[in-house]
Design a binder for this molecule. Structure first.
Ligand code: UD2
Length: 320
């Protein structure tokens, strides 16, 4: 399969049938320029304070585990395009300016980026000067009286956006919370088929403490002794097809639960965690990729790349 804009980067999808269920094995063929010189990689020295690979052998991206110059020079000739979704409904429009301005400083600099802002107040979307190759589209959405509904409806809107507007135009997509700012590089090191971000609040905890949906009647249920990590609802992404599958599944499970009067503990974040337990992410981003401003930085976090701002929920949400 060719990436839509890619000329040479070929993604080989091998399908296998295993015990009646279809398994997709992805293999990226990365082409580097032969003229590039960079620090010799080592397999015996490097970071020892963090784990940089999951038990299913997906990379966990931490500062010091990748070479940004090498990765950019691999992806640059492919002319890849990255879509971003961000929702700003009700008072959350106030976060857009900082989000958009800091994205211009740190998010996929030098690459094609198309930001889709979903809002109920299109006139309040700030004008932010964007570099060449970067653009913004405003999409109107209805307002809502419940923050849970705003948060949860994102999956449906992401699914529809991919189906109606993005096919054949973008290669990758990231879906991000608006009440956050970029502080450091977020770039090609984050690209993969299905990308999840570890939640900063729980990554040192035992999984029995993760706030998964614990009622077996919910389609977001994760049982005792299950679950790898606790992932954030505030940032996820990957190839369009992968994120489409994720959004479609989470949306339909969320709606089926709703018909039975169940709302998962953390809305779409609970459904995302259930999805990622079964469909293992092909790349996991460390909490560098979604920290929270109120949290002191832990020593293993060398750099905070993206972080949620401190906010007063009672003031900004439409309901408590
Ligand atoms: C967490 C997650 C969030 C979501 C939520 C559970 C992180 C950092 N955040 O954040 O992604 O999973 O739990 O539902 O992982 N929004 C509006 N208007 C509103 C309310 C929400 O536009 O009135 C949008 C906005 O883009 C915001 C997002 O929904 O960033 C998530 O809402 P939140 O930030 O209030 O949720 P929070 O902080 O509990």
């Amino acid at each position: 399969m060719q990436l839509s804009n890619g000329k040479t980067l070929t993604l080989i999808l091998l399908s296998a049938l295993l015990l009646g269920s279809e398994v997709h094995i992805e293999s990226h063929h990365l082409v580097a320029p032969d003229s590039l010189q960079y620090k010799q990689p080592s397999i015996v020295s490097g970071r020892t304070d963090v784990v940089a690979v999951t038990p299913w052998l997906a990379p966990v991206v931490w500062e010091g585990t990748f070479n940004p110059v090498l990765l950019d020079s691999i992806y640059k000739p492919q002319n890849i395009s990255i879509a971003v979704t961000v929702f700003a409904v009700g008072k959350y429009v106030m976060f857009l300016k900082d989000f958009l301005e800091t994205a211009e400083q740190h998010f996929f600099i030098g690459f094609n980026v198309h930001v889709y802002v979903f809002t109920d107040q299109p006139t309040k979307v700030p004008q932010v000067k964007m570099a060449a190759g970067r653009q913004l589209t405003v999409c109107s959405v209805p307002s809502s009286k419940r923050w849970q509904e705003i948060s949860a409806r994102r999956m449906e809107l992401i699914q529809t956006l991919i189906e109606e507007k993005l096919q054949n135009r973008n290669d990758f997509i990231f879906c991000l919370d608006v009440d956050s700012k970029f502080h450091g590089r977020w770039g090609t090191e984050s690209l993969s088929g299905l990308v999840a971000v570890i939640h900063p609040g729980y990554y040192r905890d035992d999984r029995s403490r993760f706030p998964y949906e614990r009622r077996p009647e919910s389609r977001a249920y994760v049982g005792p002794g299950q679950g790898d990590f606790y992932y954030c609802g505030g940032a996820f992404g990957g190839l369009l097809q992968e994120v489409h599958q994720l959004a479609k599944t989470c949306r339909s499970n969320f709606e089926a639960d709703a018909k039975e009067g169940i709302e998962a503990a953390w809305q779409e974040e609970s459904h995302l965690n259930r999805y990622m337990w079964i469909n293992k992410p092909s790349k996991v981003l460390s909490p560098e990729y979604l920290w929270q401003d109120f949290k002191p930085r832990n020593p293993e976090v060398y750099i905070v790349r993206f972080s949620g701002v401190v906010k007063n929920y009672a003031e900004i949400r439409p309901n408590v």
